[in-house]
Design a protein around this ligand. Sequence first.
Ligand SMILES: [Zn+2]
Length: 378
Amino acid sequence: MNDISHITKKFGDLSLWQDGPAFWVSKPGQGLPLLKKLPQFTVRAIGHSAGKREIIAIESGEREELDATMDNLHSAIASKLVPPDPTDIYPGTFYGTKRRRKPVIAIQGGIHGSELTGTVAGFNLLQVIATGQDLRGKPWPRLAELARATRIVFLPWLNPDGVARFPLECTSGVPSELEQLLTHGVLADGTPFKYPENKRYFPIPPEKVAFMGCYFNDAGVNLQYDFTSVRRQPETEAWMSYYLRERPDGILICHCNFGTMIDLPEYYVPVGYQQIVSRLGGAVRSRLLREGYEIGRTSWGLMPGLGKPFLSQIGATYHVCGGAAFLCEFPAGVKEFFFTPDQMLDIGLLTLEEVFSFAHRDGFRPYELWDKVKKMLG
Ligand SMILES: [Zn+2]
């Protein structure tokens, strides 16, 4: 499962890509020592992977307790028949009867173990909260102000098995064929598994591969679709329990491709939530264009699968915890769609600034006016 000889035969020694710049904190080897220097954040073990690796969440900002009395969103919504009001979708039994003052935002990284640009942005965000500057020393005053007024829960590596298998630190400049082989894996005879056809297998049988792609946990499961399994993986149980504990208003789910950024809304979430995702996508795209980054365009034509009625971890997150979940495909910076690590970090932090700005300005509940709620809270 860890045999990369088919890959090194083709691409040679991978050491060229095994060191990133000091600010590129993508894996536990750099992230855990950094956390020791940032004692103001709470580090919580929230579960473990199929390969028995710990899953952690890093928490910033005071937790405001909710007086929710149950954990099933849909039972709570269905608990009232009259008056018929399709916008009455925030039952107090599930969301609590009192509103929190701070938005709660989850940042979820590394469900696919080779897609770590969002995780790097998350660690730099912690440094911005602590010092006002990222790990390069660049100041982010607005981001610092917004983030300090937010409860943030950051899961850097939801799939620690895949992260542990990933032999590179930074994908900037890496040939995309190499990045794809490491992400999707190689069969015992050297045949590469390819996206998206490899989704025909669930799980990927560990005994059939020479190298299990970093997409998958040690049981060969793509956690993106585990939600509907009869017996779920421990990683899925971990995020479900933790998101129910926190009930975040918004969940930024970090993946990587060539930088299509905020993805299309999913089919099986309420229309209002679909619209939130589109509006946030527009805000992020406009900001990146203003800052000189010509990325962040995605369309139904480009990703035809997304118009189909299927459910992934993004939509599932709403159904479990009732928050607005959005996928962001940050750039991996591969050779064919190149970005420097510096540019990728800027894109990551600009995106986070827009997400927090949206949370404070508009809120992530599409069926209410957040401004009015804020006035009521005083
Ligand atoms: Zn992904």
